[in-house]
Design a protein around this ligand. Structure first.
Ligand SMILES: [Zn+2]
Ligand SMILES: [Zn+2]
Length: 318
């Protein structure tokens, strides 16, 4: 079997660092997200402020624990574009380097965003596993009746990094199938505007924007009835819209309300074609990072009239 590069969507994510410096002028700690860990030497609010140069440090790193937006504005005084990460989507109205600078307000825009880490991914492949590196393997048992499906739900109270998933395919299981998804159609928010039949761009609430990622599957739910709109193709953090793979087959009212659910399908009804140990992902340089509490759902579908018992093994570090 091919490894994680094939089966799992890769969501590139460079580290961001939350810096803090104590500003004597404001008599308060001032925070600034940056994409480097070079310590702050001046107050992010105003370079003229007096600061405690010994009181600067990187407060958080690797991934933001809040949604952050990379803003850009053209500074006329410096004659260049100035970028700054901010924990809000309110357009910049002044130069991040010095509020006294003259800026072109029309140039202010968001050029990137990073969702809240706790919901930014339900599944992520990374070479930078945020775990202690301790080994563990667990078995998952699927006892399926004739032509039946068995679902096993699992989650871990700590962040884990899955190295591989192995499934023992026995004689008689050829043609059966297996699925694994993360997030389990997690309810992440609501529609922000009505959706008409045929729409493939939908406006969603901020919490959906935070949780959504290209490649995740999105489902709209009204009164417990789900409508699958396929994968999220792209997201526009400025318009707060998502572009979806499948145009909506029906109309949805934002006021209904219409709930938005997402999940990441690592294995979508993979059919067994050979007997033996079926290994998904065994690349030591990459792992699947699963945040604490993120549910994993595995489904084994038995396609014949004989009862069967399938065993799968999850190998992870924590
Ligand atoms: Zn200050
Ligand atoms: Zn400037």
């Amino acid at each position: 079997m091919k490894g994680p590069d094939y089966f799992f969507c890769r969501i590139p994510m460079n580290p961001l660092y939350k810096h803090r410096i104590f500003c004597f002028t404001e008599n308060a700690a001032v925070f600034l997200w940056k994409d480097n860990d070079l310590p702050l030497a001046a107050c992010p609010n105003n370079p003229g402020h007096a600061v405690d140069a010994g009181g600067t440090f990187v407060d958080k790193k690797l991934e933001p624990l809040e949604a952050v937006y990379r803003h850009r504005i053209h500074c006329v005084t410096e004659n260049l574009d100035v970028d700054r990460w901010e924990p809000n989507a309110t357009p910049l109205a002044s130069c991040p380097n010095d509020p006294a600078h003259i800026v072109d307000p029309a140039s202010s825009r968001i050029i990137d965003s990073r969702a809240q880490a706790s919901s930014s991914h339900v599944l992520k492949e990374t070479a930078d596993a945020p775990t202690g590196g301790h080994f563990k393997a667990e078995s998952l048992i699927f006892a399926a009746g004739p032509n039946g499906s068995v679902t096993v739900n699992k989650s871990w109270p700590i962040p884990i990094s899955i190295h591989s998933l192995r499934v023992g395919v026995q004689p008689g299981m050829i043609g059966d199938s297996f699925s694994a998804s993360f997030g389990n159609d997690a309810l992440v928010g609501t529609l922000a505007a009505d959706v008409a039949i045929g729409d493939s761009v939908i406006a969603v609430s901020p919490s959906v924007m935070q949780a959504a990622a290209p490649g995740y599957f999105l489902v709209l739910v009204v009164a417990s009835v789900p409508t699958d709109l396929g994968r999220i193709v792209s997201k526009d953090p400025v318009a707060s819209t998502l572009t979806l793979e499948t145009p909506s087959p029906s109309a949805f009212s934002a006021a209904a309300p219409t709930s938005v659910e997402i999940d990441a399908r690592a294995l979508d009804s993979i059919e067994f074609g050979v007997e033996g140990l079926f290994t998904l992902g065994d690349d030591r340089s990459n792992v699947i990072s699963v945040p604490a509490g993120t549910p994993m759902r595995c489904v084994y579908t038995n396609s014949t009239a004989a009862a069967k018992r399938l065993v799968a093994y999850v190998h992870y570090s924590y």
